[in-house]
Design a protein around this ligand. Structure first.
Ligand SMILES: NC(=O)c1ccc[n+]([C@@H]2O[C@H](COP(=O)([O-])OP(=O)(O)OC[C@H]3O[C@@H](n4cnc5c(N)ncnc54)[C@H](O)[C@@H]3O)[C@@H](O)[C@H]2O)c1
Length: 394
């Protein structure tokens, strides 16, 4: 069966992501099967989805909350060996814990109940789609579908065909995501996909600037917001995401890239995690969120701010250009991903055009000359484009 508006969608795992994805599919008109090994997780998902769809109806987004809820078949019984609720599904999206063994076992067991044509998708953030697909007998029906949190709110979905996937599956899945009113982008099955790869320097280079004592976190946050128009500064954002979560992503990308120094995690972040300074959720991170604490003020020095902003932006543009160079995604999808997935004020490649590719290359070569570190190596694509006077999107 084709992936169209009539297909039945299964979601495995009713946690933060699974419940959001089930809601999106039901709002798009699909019959949905949602189950979890934890009865508590299913009860919570049911309550959250009800609240969300009622709020959507109040806001006039659609008219019938009950109809949306009635389309979701919740299974609160622990699944054990029984995955039969998914029998009728044409597409099953897994959103269970980020553990390769658990995901592989689940896919193997799902294959025993779904039809041979059913598509199996994974919402993994950090595992390769290939490693999950390899557990299946009919592995060419597997695809990555990486939603962002919260799934009903965030428009971006990274669609990840893998090297053994059947031709056209990526495009079919992307079309379905458009029907779900999402903004899908196609990406290769490489570490961090688009967003979690390209966003690394926003955090890593900012921490490096802090470690060198060039500026404190408040000043770096100020520079990125004031001059770059980012909605949150890097330190505010890391404290919001959780330093443990952000550190885990950085580590996983670094390891998956065979320890490329460009993605090296920082000791500063590791110490914060070790100390339990996880950010807002623990009361302390880069900033102090405890009662009575005051936020430090930024040194609003325009020249200092500009040097910070240009250094971080140069590193971000370099990552984006290198992702184009290595065919991770198209320039259009890379700019869409960063604006729709992490709310960057502009696409990084469009930004490079605005500043001038040769100017960005100049910033990077100065950094590389000064530090002599491979971390600052400019992408060959930037060098070629500057040499040939080319711009992105031409
Ligand atoms: N949280 C995010 O920001 C985010 C964003 C994108 C992708 N992801 C990915 O989505 C997946 C789920 O993440 P989450 O944040 O929703 O986690 P979560 O902990 O909120 O939910 C996971 C759920 O899976 C259930 N589960 C575990 N094993 C199961 C099994 N065998 N069968 C059925 N249910 C099972 C758990 O009971 C839990 O309710 C992970 O792969 C994660 O990497 C998370």
């Amino acid at each position: 069966m084709a992936l169209d508006s009539n297909c039945v969608v299964g979601v495995v795992g009713a946690g933060a992501m699974g419940s959001g994805i089930a809601q999106v599919a039901a709002v798009a008109g699909h019959r949905v099967v949602l189950a979890d090994v934890s009865e508590g997780a299913v009860a919570k998902a049911k309550a959250n989805i009800s609240r969300n769809v009622e709020r959507d109806v109040e806001k006039g987004r659609y008219s019938d909350a009950n109809a949306v809820l009635a389309r979701i078949d919740f299974h609160s019984a622990p699944l054990g060996a029984d995955l039969s609720p998914y029998e009728s599904c044409d597409l099953v999206i897994e959103a269970v814990v980020e553990d390769l063994g658990v995901k592989q076992t689940l896919f193997r067991r799902l294959e025993a109940v779904v039809s041979p044509e059913a598509v199996l998708a994974t919402n993994t953030s950090s595992l390769s789609v290939a490693s999950i697909a390899s557990a299946c007998d009919v592995s060419d029906r597997v695809v990555g579908l990486h939603f962002f949190n919260p799934a009903p709110v965030m428009p971006l979905v990274e669609v990840i065909p893998w090297l053994g996937g059947r031709a056209g599956l990526g495009d079919e899945t992307r079309d379905l995501m458009r029907q779900w009113q999402k903004t899908p982008v196609l990406t290769s099955d490489t570490p961090g996909f688009i967003v979690n790869r390209i966003a690394r320097p926003f955090y890593g280079e900012s921490i490096r600037i802090l470690e060198e004592g060039i500026a404190d976190s408040a000043t770096i946050d100020w520079a990125m917001k004031q001059l770059g128009k980012f909605r949150m500064g890097p330190f505010e954002l890391m404290d919001f995401i959780g330093n443990d979560v952000n550190y885990a992503v950085t580590r996983s990308v670094f390891e998956a890239f065979f320890y490329d120094p460009r993605y090296k995690p920082s000791l500063t972040q590791r110490r914060l995690v070790e100390a339990g300074f996880l950010g807002k959720k623990s009361g302390r991170g880069y900033y102090d969120y405890r009662d009575g604490a005051t936020k430090p003020s930024a040194a609003q020095d325009p020249a200092l701010g500009r040097s910070i902003f240009e250094r971080v932006l140069a590193m971000l543009i370099n990552e984006a250009a290198d992702a184009v160079f290595l065919k991770v995604a198209s320039p259009e999808d890379i700019d869409l991903a960063m604006t729709k997935g992490v709310n960057y004020p502009k696409g990084l490649l469009a930004w490079a055009n605005e500043i001038g590719v040769d100017c960005v290359l100049g910033w990077l070569t100065s950094l590389q000359a000064e530090y002599g570190e491979d971390r600052y190596r400019p992408s060959p694509l930037l060098r070629r484009m500057a040499r040939d006077g080319r711009r992105f999107f031409e």
